[in-house]
Design a protein around this ligand. Structure first.
Ligand code: HEC
Ligand code: HEC
Length: 315
């Protein structure tokens, strides 16, 4: 076989490059690089507020945080998010992606600054550790898979930093736009007030977060009695046979709600005694699952935990 004549070599290279480019385009290798989202604003004040946000928090692709909010893994976390999370949660965490539309329950929209499963009392946001737990363990029986084992420990930590960034940024934005809409405030004043308020909220959340010590004894019979006590309402939503069912209305993300089937082994917020304790103590945020912290003592909550775990399959 003879070598190609010298003038046909550039042609061969061009042909090869075209095939490679076509292949990359068709497999989406180019399309997967996300771009900074563009927004339409109702008015110039909102645009100004957004510019203040960008000055403080950077863009979604080039995030930054300073002071008490500084996080080491933020930049690296964005890369992990890009590779592992954006097809469901979106570049800006608003979960407005094509994939998200196909999923029930929908991937979390971080835009309200709220997530469901936290270690913090009602009304307070999640801690970074709450997000890390969700990312590690996933949300069983949903498309939110368990990332522990599929990505490294450092990537898990970095992803938690970036998810926290999205949550804080969203909480500040929501707070500031509400102030702008309600009070006669300048965007700068609304922004400053929102930053201050949200710093306090996130500090308070961290200070009041609890990971409870599981007691040696808890009484599932006493728990059962409480479950059937109509004033607590468990059986009204979760049904007499604890198999759950639809609850009227929508959650804060506009999704239909189902009181969880407690007989299923895999609870969404985690099935360990400590997880179930936190769900009953703090409720499930953004949904009607109420917090019992003000109604029941710790001991009573543990009794309920014991009952809930006793109805689970396999226990
Ligand atoms: C295949 C889609 C999908 C991917 C990929 C995905 N998630 Fe999720 N995620 C979900 C769904 C669905 C939920 C909501 C589950 C629910 O409502 O109970 C969720 C919820 C969450 C929550 C909030 C849980 C709560 O308490 O409300 C966090 C935090 C989160 N995901 C982070 C991540 C991170 C970080 C990644 C990437 C490492 C990721 N997710 C990848 C679908 C996905
Ligand atoms: C007003 C209706 C309502 C009442 C009252 C209620 N729940 Fe719930 N509960 C829900 C809903 C809805 C969810 C699912 C939240 C979600 O979307 O993840 C839930 C979730 C839970 C979970 C978490 C399950 C998981 O998958 O992690 C537990 C545990 C639970 N409820 C136990 C109880 C107990 C015990 C009581 C009584 C003290 C109670 N619930 C009262 C509606 C209710």
């Amino acid at each position: 076989m003879s070598l190609p004549k010298s003038d046909s070599i550039p042609l061969a290279i061009v042909a090869l490059a075209t095939v490679v480019a076509l292949y990359l385009t068709m497999t989406g290798s180019f399309a997967s690089v996300s771009v900074e989202p563009e927004y339409d604003f109702d008015n110039a004040e909102q645009r100004e507020l957004f510019n203040l946000m960008t000055a403080e928090f950077g863009g979604f692709l080039e995030p930054k945080m300073s002071g008490a909010w500084a996080m080491e893994g933020l930049q690296a976390g964005r890369k992990v998010f890009e590779q592992q999370c954006i097809h469901c949660h979106g570049t800006d965490g608003r979960a407005k992606t094509y994939t998200a539309k196909l999923l029930t329950p929908a991937p979390r929209d971080f835009g309200l600054g709220v997530v469901k499963f936290t270690s913090t009392p009602v009304g307070l946001p999640a801690t970074r550790d709450d997000l890390l737990r969700t990312i590690k363990e996933g949300v069983p029986s949903t498309s939110m898979s368990r990332f522990e084992g599929s990505i490294g420990e450092q990537e898990l930590q970095d992803a938690a930093d970036y998810a926290m960034y999205l949550l804080i940024r969203s909480a500040v934005w929501t707070d500031a736009t509400n102030r702008l809409a309600k009070a006669n405030m300048s965007p700068a004043a609304a922004f400053t007030a929102a930053i201050e308020e949200q710093r306090q909220q996130f500090d308070l959340a961290l200070a009041s977060s609890t990971r409870p010590q599981v007691p040696d004894v808890a009484d599932s019979k006493r728990g059962r009695k409480m479950y059937f006590d109509e004033s607590l309402g468990c059986l009204i939503c979760h049904q007499v046979d604890t198999s759950g069912g639809p609850v009227a209305g929508l959650d804060v993300w506009g999704q239909p709600m189902v009181a969880r089937d407690l007989t299923q082994g895999e609870l969404r917020g985690g099935g360990s005694p400590a997880d179930v304790y936190l769900r009953i103590r703090n409720g499930v945020k953004g949904t009607p699952m109420p917090a019992m912290a003000d109604k029941l003592t710790q001991e009573q909550i543990w009794d309920l935990v014991s009952f809930v775990r006793s109805v689970q399959e396999g226990n």
